[in-house]
Every structure is written in C-alpha cells, then in structure tokens.
Design a protein around this ligand. Sequence first.
Ligand code: NAP
Length: 286
Amino acid sequence: MPATVLDGKLVAAAVLDEVRGRVAALAAAGKDVTLATVLVGDDPASATYVRSKRRRAAEAGIRSVHHELGADATQGEVTGLLDDLNNDGRVDGILLQLPLPAGLDDQGATQVIDPVKDVDGLHPTNLGRIVLDRPFLAPCTPSGCMRILEHYGVPVRGADVVVVGRSFLVGRPLALLLASRGVDATVTIAHSRTRSLPEVTRRADILVVAVGRPEMITSEHVRPGAVVIDVGINRSDSGRLVGDVDFRDVARVADAITPVPGGVGPMTVAMLMRNTTLAAESRAGG
Ligand code: NAP
C-alpha cells in the first residue's frame, strides 16, 4: 500500500487558525500583536522568505514592522537595531533573517535578542529551556515536525526515532524535544560521521532527516512501515525542489511520509506565528 502523505499545508492551516483566534482574543483585550522583521543585505532568497513570513503574519492578524540594513552594515549596527527593538514596548517578537551577510556573526547577533521576543527560538536561553524540559519559544522547524506527528496521531512514546542531522537549528533541538519527558521517544542522532547509516536508520519507527543533501535517503535506509519526516529543502540538478528523502522510492516502503514541498516547510512559518502569539501573550501577562 502506498504511504500516507503527511500534509504540512493542512497542519499549518490548522495552526494558523488557532493563532488567528488567539490574536483576536488579544485584540479584544486591547493588545495588538507585532512582529518586527529584520533583513540585512540583499540576498534575494532571504528577502523572499521575509516577504512570505510577513504575508502569513498579516493573514493571522499579526502586524509586522519591517527593518532593512545594507549589505555593508556592521555588527554594531545590527545589534544596535536589535537593542532598539528589544526596548520597543510595541514589539512582541523579533525575527532576524539568517544567514547574515558574510563577515557578520549570526550567533552573536541572535544572542542580543531579548529571549522573550526571540520568536525563532534560537537564543541560548530558549535552546537551554529545551534541555531543562521547559520549552517556551522552541525553534520553529523542530516544533513544526513535532506538530505534524501530533496532528496525525503518530505514536511517539517509547518509539525508536532516528534524527539524521545535528544542527543547532533542526536536528539537535528536535532530538531533545522528542526525548523530553511526556514525549518519551528513544532517540538516536546520526550525522556525517555515523558508521553504516542505513543500518542505523533502519532501526527507526520514525525517521527524521535534516541533512541538506538532495534525495540521499532511499528505501534502503527505511524499515518497512516507518514514518518519515523530511526536513530538507534542496534544488535538484534539474532545478526541482526536492527533500533529503527520495520521496517516490521511500513512499513504496514507508507507512507515512512528508512531501517536499508541502511538508515541514509550511509548518516552520506557522510555528513562527505561533511563537509570536505566545510571546505576545506572555508579555500581556497571559
Ligand atoms: P546543516 O546545519 O548543514 O546540518 C546538516 C547536518 O547533516 C549536519 O549535522 C551534518 O553532519 C549532517 N550530514 C551531512 N551530510 C551527511 C551524511 N552524508 N550523512 C549523515 N549526516 C550528514 O543543515 P540544517 O540547517 O540542519 O538544514 C538541513 C536541511 O533542512 C537543509 O536542506 C535545509 O535547507 C533544510 N531546512 C528546512 C527547513 C524547513 O523549514 N523545512 C528549515 C531549516 C532547514 P555533521 O554535523 O557531522 O557535519
């Protein structure tokens, strides 16, 4: 039987509906929700990402205020702007579009953002809260993966989960969320030094792949009946948007699988809006 397709667009729409309701409740209590977006430099892909995040914000009733700095901005100019936004009482969430242009320090800039406004969830305080089993503003892509599993009722407690990729953005925080108390998966993290990757990944009831290599995971890596979450977004040689998983090959053996596009991608933006709402609620004392 072909695998069930786990539809990220559908789950993202459900998250955005929930966000709209919460934003409306805040508005009824006299509190607007405001997201500040910061774009540094002139990378077209980054500009496109920021535009689509602002569009989603508007659809959810979130006001967005956009700030741009030139490609020649200094680290001091970036942190100065972030400081101003930290101190601006109208701003609930700050989105600094990464990566910054060459020569600027992404992590250094992220650490300047007030953790209560860090809607990307990448400040060390928010990453550290995951280690402490008290997540607040968790990174958007990992929480998007969690929400897909929850939405489709994929059994996670006690399941063997293999996460391929250990970046601070995706793999590592996701592995911690999956292994947290109450979620209770048994998690293996694989990476570029993992020996016999197919043997490791074939142990997984749930396989999550966040590597950045087009279609590297094939049916050889997947235990029949597994659930596969593909975080990767890559351009194939022919210019097609593809994941880290060879969808057609793996769909023959998996029980369920996320597509690319239309899987984890839409969830990332939806969870950003959810974090912005959470930040606003917490600042409003909710
Ligand atoms: P990253 O920082 O480059 O990390 C890639 C990870 O993959 C590293 O841990 C690396 O291992 C591991 N890796 C590389 N080659 C491998 C191999 N042959 N076998 C096993 N592991 C290997 O990437 P990232 O930021 O996590 O992003 C990963 C992918 O997700 C990219 O395609 C990115 O575009 C996509 N992404 C999508 C979304 C979304 O919204 N859907 C959001 C973020 C990222 P080492 O640590 O040993 O180097």
